[in-house]
Ligand binder design. Sequence first.
Ligand SMILES: *[C@@H]1O[C@H](CO)[C@@H](O)[C@H](O)[C@H]1NC(C)=O
Ligand SMILES: *[C@@H]1O[C@H](CO)[C@@H](O)[C@H](O)[C@H]1NC(C)=O
Ligand SMILES: *[C@@H]1O[C@H](CO)[C@@H](O)[C@H](O)[C@H]1NC(C)=O
Ligand SMILES: *[C@@H]1O[C@H](CO)[C@@H](O)[C@H](O)[C@H]1NC(C)=O
Ligand SMILES: *[C@@H]1O[C@H](CO)[C@@H](O)[C@H](O)[C@H]1NC(C)=O
Ligand SMILES: [Zn+2]
Length: 327
Amino acid sequence: MFFAFFILSSIYISKVNGWGVTGHALVAKLAQTMLTKESEKFVRNYLPWYTIGNLSMLASWPDIIVSPNTNPIDYLNWLWSRELHYVNVPDWTCNYDRNRDCNWTSRQRCVDGAIQNYTKQLADINQDNIQRQEALKFLVHFIGDIHQPLHAGFVGDKGGNLIRGNFFDKPTNLHALWDQLMIERRILLDFQNDENKYYDYLFNLLQTTYAHNISQWSKCPSDEESHYVACSTVWINENIELNCAYIYRDEDNKPMNISYEFRLGETYYNTRIGILEQRLIQGSVRLSGVINKIVKLQKHEHHRKKNNDYSFVSYVILFVENLINNY
Ligand SMILES: *[C@@H]1O[C@H](CO)[C@@H](O)[C@H](O)[C@H]1NC(C)=O
Ligand SMILES: *[C@@H]1O[C@H](CO)[C@@H](O)[C@H](O)[C@H]1NC(C)=O
Ligand SMILES: *[C@@H]1O[C@H](CO)[C@@H](O)[C@H](O)[C@H]1NC(C)=O
Ligand SMILES: *[C@@H]1O[C@H](CO)[C@@H](O)[C@H](O)[C@H]1NC(C)=O
Ligand SMILES: *[C@@H]1O[C@H](CO)[C@@H](O)[C@H](O)[C@H]1NC(C)=O
Ligand SMILES: [Zn+2]
């Protein structure tokens, strides 16, 4: 029953925030290829049984639950999570400042805090299984979202949603163009509208063009971040740099804004599609990296806990022995 509902949901869902269904599925499917054996086992444990550990099947779940079309029964219960998909920075401020833009330590909600929040929950062996399952489903999606540049866009135009115009003569807004339209065009024109062929192409890029970038992309370059499992501020800053240099600029390199209708086509598409693909691939590297790291940490945690249990037992034995000896 739920299975059927889920499948229907994934077909009908289309206009949502975040990479569209396609983008999220691609990121998750690429990530799946970089999971360790242990991580594979881990995700099979923490995803619903019918997915058989397939990350991409649930990659759009956080979008599905907040929409009345796809979750008419209890979307209201999830509305609080809508803010977790993005973060905004002041207009044309070309960097991210956690204190200024999303102070999630004081409960402000945004994708930065969400990723920190759910990595912590997923890694915490004291959380119950339902909580950790939810954390994993959120993480798969949000690490995708945080690599869509306009999910760290400017506050004045709501991450490009309020900047309207035409893309190949089709009316749209800048945000939707990056969520979906460019990917759709790419798959339609260059891959016979076959998502699987496009996946194969991206997988090949990952293994060739970007093979040398993977280890660098997996690291947290800043000291401040290195104690986190996910370097979300670094990823947000990558977006914002792209936003200022390319995403928010039209074909003549002029800044785009809400009071001016853009006309974008071949030039914008040709010079930006490579950026988009790189972001999909980076997202997958970061997603698999975070899961692998959590699984590794958790193994140590289990060992530590076990050792603690043993030491508690030996402590009790010692204590009893002492008692006996003293009598
Ligand atoms: C996971 O499921 C999707 C369809 O939802 C499919 O395209 C993909 O190939 C599956 N991935 C794996 C690794 O089996
Ligand atoms: C962020 O929240 C913390 C904890 O409530 C507070 O100490 C800090 O001053 C806040 N930072 C800003 C810039 O508001
Ligand atoms: C952390 O996760 C919990 C449980 O889903 C949620 O209620 C809370 O709002 C989240 N906090 C942040 C800062 O995202
Ligand atoms: C990927 O690696 C190449 C070669 O090391 C480097 O020139 C390039 O800047 C890297 N790209 C990114 C986006 O990090
Ligand atoms: C909006 O963008 C157009 C085109 O680049 C520019 O002519 C106009 O001055 C901009 N308006 C504002 C308010 O920045
Ligand atoms: Zn999203």
